[in-house]
Design a protein around this ligand. Structure first.
Ligand code: UTP
Ligand code: MN
Length: 522
């Protein structure tokens, strides 16, 4: 608690009475905490939004500072600045000077959070004053995450640990690392000291240890050890085969299979997808460029209008977010007349097949059903669209080496096998070992068909990033009692589905500021 001398502080927004304003004030559940949010640096609209949110959750939030206030919450202010702002006159009462992180955590908990050291505005030394503090909302879907990243050393290390956790079926740990990565991605400048991380959400003890290691030593010993471990390398190589997931890779590793050659020799039966994955291993592990994605888009677009003139395709996934490369290309297909999308997928696939564009394809049928009682579980309605997983044969032009056509990024997979041979590359076909010799390359392509009534949800759900989607659903569930899928939005309070014809509408239903695709790279 900080002894505070009080003067009458004139800060209410114009036209306000100066007490617990706002028509939305719910009943006060926590009379022991009387909050005041400092507008300085937070901005008036955010302050109003947060104040209303607090009241909805049963907190007493004052519009003007007064003697009943017990908790002063500010964002991006030092304790020095807050004290100066509040003035230094008569009052000797004690008031908590708190960072916004205390407020957001309290909102999430639905009750006043215990006040920890990291919530308190610290009395800074002169040195601390020079260190900028960052303020980041806790859900990735509340933030704008562009492709720019000022902390790649940190995010690379943590992403690798996230990937290892995911490949090891430790989903919780994977998500925790992914959330931390996403927070670091939005910081406007490189982190140089641990002190700068004060008040940031989603940074747990394990993550902070990794960050500290990188800041002090330039690399994370844990990430390095993981990257070099035989197990991680084997998991990467084996799941690099299209059709092989973490579970299968794990089973093979337990049988002593660590690379492609050992897999081949083991006599394991592979399904059709895995056979295709192995056959086109190098191509499929070479990043797809934007121009390759556009070239494929042209072909798929031709297929779609040939079989159904009014139908249209939209490039989704990472490319819609502006990524320069991807691991695959994703397209969403729809028809402006509801019902006309039925039967579209088999026709598109036949067209592509008849012209020799598909090296492999598997189509799953639409299994989405809207129940009057709402979705059974938040996740149960995911990915129920009619969908085609394929390996696409993309012409790279005569005499064009695949490595040249796709720029530098192709070098790693296709170039100089003597320097760093792909594990077990002996098992790859001649074409695969010398991909520059053939005038085409294999590319993973996903097609999804959605009825127009679900198009906005499908578009939002398939644009990603994966973490952004996960956070949207978490926000919907935890903050709004709603359930969001790639098909629909269900309001659990009103017990009804909420329709939308654009992404903007969905964000608005969710009470979120619209984030354009290029800023969903969380
Ligand atoms: P991708 O795995 O293709 O990721 O899924 P990406 O963001 O395009 O990145 P690349 O391809 O690795 O460059 C695209 C989006 O589609 C949704 C996810 O939300 C993901 O962000 N998706 C994907 C699903 O909803 N279900 C799935 O089964 C797969
Ligand atoms: Mn993709």
């Amino acid at each position: 608690m900080v002894p505070l001398k009080r003067r009458k502080v004139a800060c209410p927004p114009a036209g306000n009475t100066g007490t617990t304003g706002g028509g939305d004030a719910g009943s006060i559940k926590f009379p022991e905490a009387v909050l005041f949010l400092l507008e300085r640096k937070m901005g008036a609209s955010r302050r109003t939004f947060l104040s209303q949110l607090g009241r909805k959750k049963g907190f007493q939030v004052e519009d003007a500072f007064n003697e009943s206030v017990t908790h002063v919450v500010s964002e991006n202010n030092s304790s020095e600045e807050v004290r100066r702002w509040l003035g230094s006159q008569n009052d000797q009462r004690a008031v908590h000077l708190l960072d916004i992180s205390w407020f957001t955590e309290s909102m999430r908990a639905g009750q006043p959070a215990d006040i920890l050291d990291r919530h308190k505005l610290q009395d800074e030394s002169a040195h601390d004053n020079e260190v900028p503090l960052f303020s980041v909302p806790s859900y990735a879907c509340q933030r704008r995450t562009s492709l720019a990243n000022h902390n790649t050393a940190l995010t690379d290390a943590l992403s690798l640990l996230a990937e290892n956790a995911e490949l090891s079926k430790e989903e919780g740990r994977g998500v925790a690392f992914r959330r931390a990565v996403a927070v670091l991605k939005v910081l406007p400048e490189p982190v140089t000291s641990m002190a700068q991380l004060r008040g940031l959400p989603c940074l747990g003890g394990h993550t902070l240890r990794v960050i500290k290691d990188v800041l002090e030593n330039g690399t994370s010993s844990e990430a390095e050890a993981t990257k070099n471990s035989q197990r991680f390398r084997a998991l990467k190589v084996l799941t690099g085969i299209f059709g092989v997931g973490a579970k299968t890779a794990e089973r093979w590793i337990r049988l002593g299979i660590d690379d492609l050659q050992q897999l081949q020799q083991s006599g394991q039966t592979l399904n059709r997808a895995q056979q295709g994955g192995l056959e086109h291993y190098l191509d499929l592990n070479q990043p797809v460029t934007r121009s390759e994605a556009d070239a494929i888009g042209e072909v798929v677009g031709r297929a779609v209008v040939s079989v159904s003139p009014g139908a249209r395709i939209t490039l989704i996934g990472g490319f819609r977010r502006g990524k320069p490369t991807g691991h695959d290309v994703d397209f969403l297909i729809t028809h402006p007349e509801e019902g006309n999308e039925v039967g579209l997928m088999p026709k598109v696939v036949s067209w592509l097949q008849s012209k020799g564009f598909l090296l492999y394809q598997k189509t799953t049928r639409n299994s989405y059903l809207e129940s009057d009682d709402g979705p059974a579980q938040p996740s149960s309605n995911m990915d129920r669209f009619e969908r085609c997983f394929s390996i696409f044969k993309l012409d790279t032009g005569e005499g064009t080496r695949a490595t040249e056509a796709s720029g530098e990024s192709g070098g790693e997979a296709a170039g100089a096998p003597e320097a760093d041979p792909a594990p077990g590359s002996q098992v790859l076909s001649d074409d695969e070992q010398n991909p520059g010799a053939k005038p085409w390359r294999a590319v993973r392509v996903d097609l999804v068909v959605s009825p127009i009534s679900q198009f906005a949800f499908a578009l939002l759900g398939w644009t990603g990033s994966k973490l952004f989607e996960r956070e949207l659903r978490r926000w919907a569930g935890h903050e709004k009692a709603m359930s969001l899928s790639s098909h629909a939005l269900y309001d659990g309070n009103q017990r009804r589905y909420v329709r939308a014809t654009s992404e903007e509408e969905i964000f608005s239903h969710l009470g979120l500021e619209f984030i354009p695709p290029s800023e969903r790279n969380a």
